[in-house]
Design a protein around this ligand. Structure first.
Ligand code: G3I
Length: 397
């Protein structure tokens, strides 16, 4: 699919209209950039040495017809993350039955596109099988045996269709401690993450990467340090971990600078692991403008481009009319399916970069002392009450 020249004209307009806030500040859009923006974000990311530009997806996205043209276009999407369908709550509603329908549909869509899949997830704070979610009634040994059987069955079923598995999701507090408010802590104890990775390492299909996935790793140095410490603990008990992914649900008015974001990604890269940006979206709160949102999308993409071990950026949905932040204007396309400034800006970064700009950059110096929390990011990037893993503001002080 050729992307409408509308994007290009709009880019030029945007650049002229908001030079102070646009991602392309200081750069001049040329016909070279304009031609390249016809590539689509996945094709552009690949040209720059990345493995993908992707989005979350499940078969219910077919209802959003305005976006399906992008989900069917390999120039646009090169990676899918099942938004809900591969979570234990979807796969195992009862103890004796596995339901792979939703996950298989994502695999089929990815095959059609030639896209990678970040399989998501095996153990999380919520959306576990109902009998696990209760957090009681099974002892440690029985829970570990259950987990062994679950991971074996699910990892075998999806096999090498997964580029990676998020083995554990969101197991850390803002200060980098292991969460005690999740069922796995109550059932297994303090080492539930190490146990999960040890079991996943046993059953991983050849070449499939094992990841830890969490939010605010770009913003909280203490939480990032906690994730790195956790990776060391996993390895010290013989488990394997290949990636720490940054969800990056960020806010248009309150996000790290590109240097700080890059430095955080680099901490994982320096520890020898891949570091995808796995669930990017940008909420506009407190009167944040569309230009601020666009700048935030652009800087996250720039940060990934600067870090060789960042395989790509995945957005958590494409349009404001669909998905978990429906109605909150957090995505790249508006409710009518039109590209927003955010999309033009993200595309502008990709189109205006060349491979030599991005692959030879050296690690940036630490912009934050290890183990400290950046004070200005002292709260959750956005509060969505129905998702309890976003703690109340008072927690982040
Ligand atoms: O499937 C039921 C449906 O049967 C029922 O009628 C309906 C009524 O509310 O609920 C449906 O389940 C919803 C499910 O999404 C599928 O649509 C749940 O209520 C809803 O809570 C669930 O939200 C998902 C959320 O994870 C759960 O924590 C979001 O779609 C999904 O985008 C979100 O994704 C998470 C990542 O996995 C981890 N990182 C944060 C990210 C954003 O919250």
């Amino acid at each position: 699919m050729q992307f409408p020249s509308f994007f290009c004209i709009f880019s030029l307009f945007l650049y002229a209209a908001t030079p102070g806030s646009c991602a392309l500040r200081g750069e001049i859009l040329t016909t070279h950039h304009i031609r390249q923006s016809d590539e689509g974000p996945n094709a552009a990311a690949k040209r720059l040495g990345k493995i993908w530009f992707g989005s979350c997806y499940d078969s219910n996205y077919e209802r959003d017809q305005s976006m399906m043209k992008y989900f069917n276009d390999p120039k646009f999407i090169g990676q899918l993350t099942p938004e809900n369908s591969m979570k234990p709550a979807s796969i195992q509603r009862t103890k004796s039955q596995y339901d792979f329908k939703g996950g298989d549909a994502v695999v089929a869509q990815a095959k059609k596109l030639g896209a990678k899949i970040r399989c998501h997830f095996l153990m999380g704070p919520d959306q576990n099988a109902p009998f696990i979610q209760q957090g009681s009634g099974i002892n440690r040994q029985a829970t570990l045996e259950y987990l062994d059987g679950y991971m074996k069955t699910v990892m075998t079923h999806f096999g090498t269709n997964c580029y990676s598995w998020d083995v554990v999701n969101e197991a850390l507090t803002e200060s980098g401690q292991v969460r005690t408010d999740v069922p796995w802590y109550r059932l297994i104890g303090h080492d539930f993450v190490e146990q999960a990775f040890a079991i996943a390492s046993k059953h991983r299909p050849s070449g499939v990467k094992l990841c830890y996935n969490d939010f605010r790793l770009e913003a909280s140095a203490a939480k990032l340090q906690g994730a790195l410490d956790m990776a060391n603990r996993i390895k010290s008990v013989g488990g394997e971990i290949d990636c720490i992914s940054f969800e990056s649900h960020i806010s248009a008015s309150n996000h790290p600078t590109v240097d700080s974001f890059t430095a955080s990604l680099n901490r994982v890269a320096e520890a020898g692991m891949e570091v995808p940006i796995s669930e990017l979206d940008v909420v506009r709160e407190g009167g944040a403008t569309e230009a601020q949102q666009a700048a935030a999308y652009a800087l996250a993409v720039k940060a990934c481009l600067r870090v060789e071990k960042c395989p790509g950026v995945t957005v958590w949905g494409l349009s404001d009319s669909f998905g978990w932040l429906k109605g909150k204007q957090a995505d790249l396309f508006d409710t009518a399916g039109r590209p927003k400034t955010a999309f033009t800006s993200l595309m502008g970064v990709l189109s205006s970069s060349s491979k030599s700009d991005v692959s030879s950059e050296e690690a940036e110096p630490q912009s934050q002392p290890r183990g400290s929390t950046v004070k200005i990011f002292s709260r959750s990037p956005h509060s969505v009450r129905r998702h309890e893993w976003y703690r109340p503001r008072s927690h982040f002080v």
